[in-house]
Design a binder for this molecule. Structure first.
Ligand code: NAD
Length: 491
């Protein structure tokens, strides 16, 4: 198969869009020094955020805790109304949010608008969920007692979020916490903190008590978690990020016996059977691979294609990936933005070189792009050996690594041969086959004939070392509630 050459020049940022994002940043009242936030498309600084010390972090815990005591006693309808108002404000400021997301994280503006829709949906969902029945009534089996179960807010929640979806990762945690009646201290990632700061400001304008949700930005994350998770006022930690940091937080949480939710790393298998609709499989793979520049925990990591369709699939995918317009997220027509930092670019380079050295065929991409910013070309590698690093680790970038397979049993075994278990994908026109394979995948979620399975109504989360707990849906609310019962004696 011949190599398809990639893209022309990088798409430059639209100055009007950049000015829009910078107006929003200027309105946040940020300090003039502190932790630097940079634009991944240029590497240039765009803002500074406060480096809050330990004393400040513990003060935030104390403030949120106090505010949480009265919030826990508010009526569900009151919490719902405030969340509806927050949703309305997030929608009203959707363009500001999208520009800010794109500026600080690098994703194309169209995708940032998609994140705003996705992220705000959680706020609406939990506004609706806040008033749903949360209790139960049972008779004791031997009679003589009635048991009422209730759900109480779990208490002050510490929320730690990654850089890749700066709005959605925050709303997916803050909204259910507030709906359940909890206070929150949120620590966003230093690479993309601006969107979270703005979204929390809008929550306050919507009527969320000013003290109830505290944003803590700090250069010393481990010092923060070691102190804050040991504070007796904290009852819950919800984390989204790498499995390595998740393990550290679980160890800390065990000392204080905290409730935990852990949304950790992935290594998603994407399986294309011979009987798949070729176009649908290619478009679905493109979405599962290139969404967020491949920097998604559910991004397609190991692409398994059955031998009968593999040549046509690989060629079609390489053609589509090779034609993707790369550039600044705020550039007109950009379909793939920069990676988050230079370290990520170097990793893509090393993963590609390692795979090619081990015998993989490079069909498109494989190179850094441009002289400023953190760009790597959309890359397709075919016939990747199973022991190549790209086939064993979370790629978190725009490399599609294709492996080929013969039988259903073989591919299921290979797909499950990982310590991770977040997402999986199956492409087949046989619904029986798709469901049978989905049933046997050891993952928390499966996209069937589609590449973007997340939704506010879906209980997102992993099995194995991809995590504990669920976000979104009714299950996501339960993560912030504890079950209690009253046993009423009956004569
Ligand atoms: P990361 O683990 O490096 O950082 C995540 C957050 O944890 C950041 O805010 C960071 O500052 C903070 N942090 C780091 N060390 C800490 C410590 N010792 N104590 C307290 N906080 C600490 O992850 P990242 O690079 O920001 O994000 C990428 C990872 O996140 C990938 O592995 C990806 O799969 C995962 N992720 C998972 C999901 C999911 O829902 N399962 C979603 C998005 C990202």
């Amino acid at each position: 198969m011949s190599i398809i050459t990639n893209n022309d020049a990088l798409v430059g940022a639209d100055p009007t869009a950049v000015a829009h994002a910078d107006r929003v940043t200027a309105g946040l009242g940020l300090p003039i020094d502190g932790i630097e936030v940079a634009d991944p498309a240029t590497g240039e600084p765009i803002a500074h955020i406060e480096d809050i010390d330990l004393e400040g972090a513990l003060q935030a815990v104390a403030t949120a805790y106090e505010a949480g005591r009265s919030w826990a006693r508010t009526a569900p309808r009151q919490r719902a109304d405030v969340l509806h108002e927050w949703h309305a404000l997030l929608v009203a400021y959707a363009e500001d949010l999208a520009h800010l997301i794109s500026r600080e994280m690098g994703k194309p503006l169209a995708e940032a608008r998609g994140e705003v829709k996705y992220g705000t949906d959680f706020v609406r969902w939990y506004a609706e969920e806040a008033v749903r029945p949360a209790g139960n009534f049972r008779e004791a089996p031997d009679g003589g007692a009635s048991i009422i179960t209730r759900r109480a807010p779990v208490g002050l929640a510490v929320l730690i979020t990654p850089w890749n979806f700066p709005l959605a990762m925050a709303t997916r945690k803050i909204a259910p916490a507030l709906a359940a009646g909890c206070a929150a201290v949120i620590k966003p990632a230093n690479l993309t903190p601006l969107t979270t700061i703005f979204a929390v400001e809008l929550a306050r304008q919507a009527g969320v008590p000013a003290e109830l949700v505290q944003v803590v930005t700090t250069a010393n994350a481990s010092q923060f978690s070691e102190a804050v998770l040991r504070d007796e006022r904290v009852r819950k930690v919800s984390f989204t990020g790498s499995t390595e940091v998740g393990r550290t937080l679980l160890r800390l949480a065990s000392d204080s016996v905290l409730r935990t939710s852990m949304e950790l790393g992935g290594n998603a298998p994407l399986i294309v059977f011979d009987d798949a609709d070729l176009d649908r499989a290619i478009e679905g793979t493109l979405a599962a691979k290139l969404r967020n520049g491949g920097q998604s925990c559910i991004g397609a990591n190991r692409i398994y294609v059955q031998n009968g369709i593999a040549d046509a699939f690989a060629e079609g995918l390489a053609q589509r990936m090779g034609g993707v317009a790369v550039g600044a997220g705020l550039g007109t027509g950009t379909a793939l933005g920069p990676l988050i930092d230079d370290r990520a670019v170097r990793r893509m380079r090393a993963l590609t070189d390692d795979a090619v050295t081990r015998g993989a065929e490079l069909l498109t991409g494989g190179t850094e792009l441009g002289s400023v910013g953190h760009f790597f070309a959309p890359t397709v590698l075919d016939r990747v050996p199973a022991d190549a690093a790209v086939a064993c680790t979370e790629i978190f970038g725009p490399i599609a690594a294709i492996q080929r397979f013969d039988s259903e049993a073989e591919v299921v075994a290979r797909a499950n041969a990982t310590e991770f278990g977040l997402a999986g994908y199956v492409f087949s026109e046989s619904i029986d086959r798709a469901l049978n394979v989905a049933d046997r995948l050891e993952t928390g979620l499966v996209g069937i004939n589609q590449g973007v399975p997340s939704n506010a109504a879906a209980p997102f989360g992993g099995v194995k070392q991809s995590g504990l707990g669920r976000e979104g849906s009714a299950e996501g609310l339960e993560e912030y509630q504890s079950v209690r019962f009253y046993n009423i004696a009956r004569r």
